[in-house]
Design a protein around this ligand. Structure first.
Ligand code: E4P
Length: 217
């Protein structure tokens, strides 16, 4: 499973990128607003840093305006994936932008039917939002499983990009189901390294090393 980082925080991206943890980046208008930076400028900086796809989202709601914005975003760098919402206009924009040769990430997907339409419209990525479904007491992971089954039934090459990831468990569950990509906030990727037994075991080893006076360098 590829790891995308769900942030516009360039320092956080740089740190994870140096560790080989970044196959791509996703942003959205809320994350850009949180960065406090100009969308074109911060997106360019991220694209220069990361080799993989960098999703940049349109803010228009009508197809023609989305296409215009998407074409402008796509000019930032070769690794831009234009992000459009899963509305009827978004699907129209997806078709045109992907026919132009751009990567397109169709976002805000909450049903298998929406994912089916995005694949038909030529989406490179479909972004089902796990956490926001879980927030409503639904099971976001069921949606990932349904889309996996449907795409595999018909050989769609649209990649399933598990989004709205809120916990380390979401990452392993998405990987078990076979999501192609998961995008997570940097804090969730850090959390994946943690285990209480690792901390406990390390404390015991260090105590014994100190008692025995073990020195390596
Ligand atoms: C995905 O591309 C979105 O940017 C993101 O995962 C949304 O996550 P949230 O539901 O935690 O805001």
């Amino acid at each position: 499973m590829k790891f995308f980082v769900d942030t516009a925080d360039v320092d956080a991206i740089r740190e994870l990128n140096e560790l080989g943890m970044v196959d791509g980046v996703t942003t959205n208008p809320s994350l850009i607003a949180k960065s406090g930076r100009d969308i074109l400028e911060v997106t360019k900086e991220i694209c220069d840093m990361v080799d993989g796809p960098v999703s940049a989202e349109v803010v228009a709601t009508e197809a023609d305006a989305m296409i215009e914005e998407g074409r402008k975003l796509a000019k930032i760098a070769d690794n831009i994936a234009v992000k459009v919402p899963l509305t009827w206009d978004g699907l129209k924009a997806c078709k045109v932008l992907s026919d132009d040769g751009n990567m397109v990430n169709v976002t805000l997907c909450f049903s298998a039917n929406q994912a089916l339409l995005a694949a038909k419209a030529g989406a490179t990525f479909i972004s089902p939002f796990i956490g926001r479904l879980d927030d409503l007491n639904l099971d976001g992971m069921d949606l990932i499983a349904d889309i996996r089954e449907i795409y595999d039934n018909y050989g769609f090459d649209t990649q399933i990009l598990a989004a709205s990831i809120r916990s380390a468990n979401h990452m392993s569950e998405a990987a078990k189901i076979g999501a192609d990509v998961a995008t997570a906030p940097p804090a969730v990727i850090h959390k994946m390294a943690e285990h209480v037994l690792t901390d406990k075991g390390l404390a015991a080893f260090l105590k014994d090393a100190e008692k025995a006076g073990i020195k390596i360098v």
